[in-house]
Design a protein around this ligand. Sequence first.
Ligand SMILES: O=C(O)C(=O)Cc1ccccc1
Length: 304
Amino acid sequence: MEFAYLGPRGTFTEAALRRLPAAKTATAAPMSSIFEVLDAVRRGEVDAGFVPIENSQEGTVTITVDELVGGDPLVIVGEVVLPVTFVLASEKPVAEITTVASMPVALAQVRKYLRRELPNAVVHQALSTAQAAQRAADGEFDAAVCPPFAAEAVGLPVQAFDIGDNPNAATRFVHVVRPTAPPEPTGNDITSLVVYIDYDRVGALLGVLTEFAIRGINLTRIESRPTGEGLGRYAFFLDCTGHLADARMGEALMGLRRICDDVRYLGSYPRDHSDAPVPPPAGLSDADFADAAAWLDRLRGTGA
Ligand SMILES: O=C(O)C(=O)Cc1ccccc1
């Protein structure tokens, strides 16, 4: 089993991949961008890919979501949530730094630090934090914003530790593969979907949300992404609790299929979250659904 991941060595993605049970015995191939990781999976060059999708400070990693929303279908079969801390790595003391580089997702999480400590530094974008560290070590930039282990990997001294604006910052990473059946339900799963609705129909989005609400399915994330067809043309990326194999999820998906222009299933996978699932509201538990189905069978004379 070979995993492509956002490299080079020393990225947060690599650290998160080490926590993914499915990657325990896998070989890991670093790629230089998220796009290359997903492309390698699509082309069958590797079995699986591992990329960041969302962080607690800035929200969506748009390249990942846009690749999943469009392009040849891929599905998510696993996730890892990793707490992240950033350092400023440089040969120079902070007062002498005039250029600093990192991945946009990382730069967004140290905005206050950069404004306060390096207000005049020119900020450059890199494809990953570890790539920024490598380029800083090569002398292309004075400094990199990166994980402590990326600085260590390229031998750059750390000038400031814990420079993130939010001490509770965490990033979510996903394990993606070419379309396949989902892993078995665990009782604490997420299902990801993209729905395409009629932009000009009043209440179209409410209709989507209703399909979940009436079945006691909790949404953990909803994100609109442009379809590229023009202003105001958006698809909705949804994460909801539950598994494709659950009766209520099946019914919600059938409901969406009936009312949406298109629905793209992006996978059901175990949630990497220590909290127990949100309990369903009164009348919407599994037992309530089973009781209602049995009642209907009795009415129809088809039940026991
Ligand atoms: O560039 C990295 O190290 C990554 O793995 C992407 C990333 C960047 C910032 C926070 C979390 C993940």
